[in-house]
Design a binder for this molecule. Structure first.
Ligand SMILES: [Ca+2]
Ligand SMILES: [Ca+2]
Ligand SMILES: [Ca+2]
Ligand SMILES: [Ca+2]
Length: 474
């Protein structure tokens, strides 16, 4: 029964309203809108909490008051964040839910709070191209972007102090100005930070007698150095003069490293010299050496010595020498060397003292002999030897004909007792002093004259060429 009554009530209401709405569509008037037209609201105002019908009166065509609750307000075109003037519509809905706008008025959203802006001192490198707008921080109560303009006297092409003045404005025309200094410089960051060591080994062990270069490598392998992020391990210097590599003990070494700006760092670490070398050195040399009799070689020069730990031990080599340098024979030299841990090496070399030097034959270049003369060739040939007091030689003069003008070759061969052979040759030129012109038929003399002439021509030609070439390229 109650439900039926409620339904009846709604039907009655609907019929009544629809009649009156259609009826009112062209005839309703609103009174009091001037209170809202051009009304200003601060931005961010929640318009849903504003009663836009407060104080209004709605009349029908007959001038009777009409129920105000039928009057609706559309303010959906208003951006409450943005300063500006916006339309709002007063309307009602007919029975078909069609919107009927009765009046449109303006309201204004007012941004009255200036933006906030801050800027720090600006450091620029010479010729650095920048947008100065990127250096300022801004915000506005509207939450909307603001307008940034600036005035500046900055010239990035010249080192100097400048100013920039920013003007930051919002849509409401509120503005803030901020000013800052601009420094244009040949800015080079000065390095005040000393380098740092890392991975320093607490102690480093080296073997007694360790080679200096190798020991240094070991010391350096015990540390790294950085300047900031940059590794500068290869710049480390090691001061080792406290270390006695030849004596077992504890020592301190000092690492130094400096960066490019000259900041220095120093660190120490312990070095322990131990006697732990068990490997023998090696003596390197030939199996046999031939020595010329009556000479005095340096037997040291025949061998070198190396040790895995101690490096080059050549200077430490000792040897026994019973070689008789004045007598032919076969001898042995025994070389010995010891590393700093007492590991010994020995090597014997056979030394043969012998005559291994050829005789020396001294002859003239060319003998000039008048036709028909006697000639004792032996008086022109001298043969000596490093060892033999007397030495045999043979010569071949079989082609020589002293009765015929011409040039003849004489060959000489000498052999010492040890069997070393030397060969030599010279010319005998048989001339006829009653016919000096014949001299020029001598093929050797003629040949050398031609050769001299050719080389003269070559010199002349090449000097002409080099002159003309120089001129051309100058
Ligand atoms: Ca503002
Ligand atoms: Ca540094
Ligand atoms: Ca050794
Ligand atoms: Ca000889």
């Amino acid at each position: 029964m109650k439900r039926l009554l409620l339904l009846l009530f709604f039907v009655v209401m609907f019929v009544t309203l629809s009649d009156r709405s259609v009826y009112a569509d062209e005839n309703l008037t609103i009174d009091g809108l001037e209170n809202f037209n051009n009304k200003e609201f601060p931005i961010k105002t929640d318009l849903s909490k504003i009663n836009f019908t407060e104080g209004l009166t709605l009349y029908d065509f007959e001038g009777d008051e009409f129920n105000l609750s039928n009057l609706l307000v559309d303010y959906s075109k208003v951006n409450i964040n943005k300063h500006g003037t916006y339309n709002i519509d007063y309307y009602f809905l007919d029975s078909d839910n069609n919107k009927h706008v009765l009046e449109t008025i303006n309201i204004k959203m007012i941004d009255s709070i200036a933006p906030q802006a801050s800027v720090k001192e600006i450091l620029l490198n010479l010729n650095q191209q920048v947008d100065l707008k990127n250096y300022i921080s801004v915000s506005d109560d509207s939450g909307l972007p603001v307008n940034v303009e600036y005035i500046t006297n900055v010239d990035v092409t010249k080192v100097g102090f400048y100013f920039v003045n920013y003007i930051v404005s919002d849509a409401g025309g509120n503005y803030t100005t901020v000013k800052t200094k601009v420094i244009v410089s040949n800015y080079v960051e000065i390095d005040h930070e000393a380098p740092t060591f890392s991975h320093i080994r607490e102690e480093i062990t080296i073997s007694q007698g360790h080679d200096e270069t190798k020991a240094l490598e070991i010391y350096k392998s015990g540390v790294q150095a950085y300047d900031g992020e940059v590794e500068i391990t290869d710049q480390i210097e090691v001061v080792t003069n406290n270390v006695d590599r030849f004596n077992v003990g504890f020592y301190i070494i000092t690492y130094y490293v400096s960066d490019a700006a000259g900041n220095v760092s120093v660190a120490n670490t312990k070095v322990i010299v131990v006697d732990d070398d068990v490997d023998y050195p090696v003596i390197i040399g030939p199996h046999q050496v031939d020595i010329t009799i009556n000479t005095t070689p340096n037997f040291r020069n025949f061998v070198t010595a190396m040790d895995e730990i101690c490096g080059d031990l050549t200077d430490e080599i000792t040897f026994q020498n019973n070689v008789d340098l004045n007598n032919f024979g076969e001898y042995y030299i025994t070389y010995q060397v010891e590393d700093y841990s007492g590991n010994q090496a020995e090597k014997s070399i056979r030394v043969v003292v012998k005559d291994n030097v050829k005789p020396t034959i001294t002859v003239p270049n060319t003998l000039q002999v008048n036709i028909g003369s006697d000639l004792d060739l032996k008086t022109h040939i001298k043969v000596t030897d490093n060892y033999d007091q007397e030495i045999d030689y043979i010569y071949d003069a079989s082609k020589l004909n002293l009765t015929t003008v011409g040039t003849y070759v004489i060959t000489v061969q000498a052999i010492d007792q040890a069997g070393n052979i030397e060969n030599e040759m010279f010319f005998v030129n048989v001339y006829d002093d009653s016919r000096p012109d014949v001299l020029y038929e001598d093929p050797i003399i003629l040949g050398s004259l031609v050769a001299a002439g050719v080389s003269l021509v070559v010199i002349l030609v090449s000097s002409i060429f080099s002159k003309s070439r120089r001129r051309r390229y100058r």
